[in-house]
Design a binder for this molecule. Structure first.
Ligand code: NAI
Length: 328
């Protein structure tokens, strides 16, 4: 039996993600929590004739603890999205506190659950989560993931359009680093199958993958950021449930705490000592089984992008750690 919990389930990402989960044979029990409207979303989804049971919870009557009770996987898309002109770091003030409080709930109720963080800025919210879990003595780096799958999905779509592949699903480009602007680094040299990016298109393609989210924010014109493509990507990352159910050998790029994952120390050395970094991670029934080192054959251009990413990431990580220290 697998119980999945969505925290922020009534939002732009939360609703379509919950729909995909309700439709998934991998989930037996779906628990939806939000500060508004989660019972409504749950009632609506509960009429779909798939086996997963759905329950909605609000903060009243200890709703967070009830929602989290017995959870195997908790996915967190709670918090404010961007408006035009905002960076993901501008969300820090609001979302840092939201994520901290939700993680306290997880630490108390279901400390062994897999935790998937979508709330931005991911580069800081994941370190915040790690610090809170550490403070409660329940931190396990193999169970904490920042969801960077939308960058992987975008890299596949945008690269396919440059190389003329009609089915973007056939192109897999590892995307490493973090999840904002220049911390996002696509490694075309490690793509499968091999891709040749024309010299004159390289810079624009990298930029589009790094700043693709801005296209959506601009087009939505104040109504938020990516929600449907994020729900798709979040659900794709929830193939992690295959791993929860015992399947081995699943590899997906994801943002993890390197020192706590097998193989992570080697990767950490390769990225200038940064502790949190997205690399392809092998998943197993107990979580992150191995962080793989994708840097063996990277090009000079990719090395330059990686150096920039490391610097930006370290600043974001420090901000998250400092936030938890300050808030006691
Ligand atoms: P939204 O505003 O539509 O939904 C957020 C939901 O969180 C709302 O229903 C709100 O009531 C709920 N919420 C707020 N405080 C809460 C709390 N303390 N506990 C539980 N729920 C709470 O926003 P949207 O578009 O769904 O985005 C959510 C987050 O995901 C944002 O931070 C956004 O930046 C991030 N995001 C991350 C991406 C990624 O690739 N990792 C991609 C796109 C968005």
């Amino acid at each position: 039996m697998v119980k999945a919990v969505v925290l922020g389930a009534a939002g732009g990402i939360g609703q379509p993600l919950s729909l995909l989960l309700k439709n998934s044979p991998l989930i037996d029990e779906l628990s939806l929590y939000d500060v508004v409207n989660s019972p409504g979303v749950a009632a609506d989804l509960s009429h779909i004739n798939t086996p997963a049971t759905v329950t909605g919870y609000l903060p009243k009557d200890d709703g967070l603890a009830k929602a989290l009770e017995g959870a195997d996987v908790v996915v967190i898309p709670a918090g404010l999205p961007r408006k035009p002109g905002m960076t993901r770091d501008d969300l820090f003030q609001k979302n840092a506190g939201i994520v901290r409080d939700l993680i306290v709930g997880i630490a108390k109720t279901c400390p062994k659950a897999f935790i998937l963080i979508i709330s931005n800025p991911v580069n800081s919210t994941v370190p915040i989560a790690a610090e809170v879990l550490k403070a409660h003595g329940v931190f396990d780096a193999t169970k904490l993931f920042g969801v960077t799958t939308l960058d992987v999905v975008r890299a596949s779509t945008f690269t396919a359009s440059v190389v003329g592949e009609k089915d973007p699903r056939k192109i897999a480009v590892p995307v490493v680093g973090g999840h904002s602007g220049e911390t996002i680094v696509p490694l075309f040299s490690q793509a499968s199958p091999k891709v040749e990016i024309p010299e004159d298109k390289y810079a624009d393609l990298v930029k589009r993958i790094q700043f693709g989210g801005d296209e959506v924010v601009k087009a939505k014109d104040g109504a938020g950021s990516a929600t449907l493509s994020m729900a798709f990507a979040g659900f794709r990352y929830l193939t992690i449930v295959h791993a929860v159910r015992g399947e081995k050998g699943i590899v997906e790029p994801t943002f993890v705490y390197l020192p706590g994952v097998a193989g992570g120390e080697e990767v950490q050395k390769a990225v200038g000592g940064v502790e949190f970094f997205a690399v392809p991670v092998e998943l197993g029934p107990n979580g992150a089984a191995k962080a793989t080192n994708p840097f063996g054959g990277v090009t000079e251009k990719e090395k330059e992008l990686l150096a920039i990413a490391q610097k930006g990431l370290q600043t974001n990580i420090n901000a998250g750690v400092e936030f938890v220290k300050q808030s006691g």
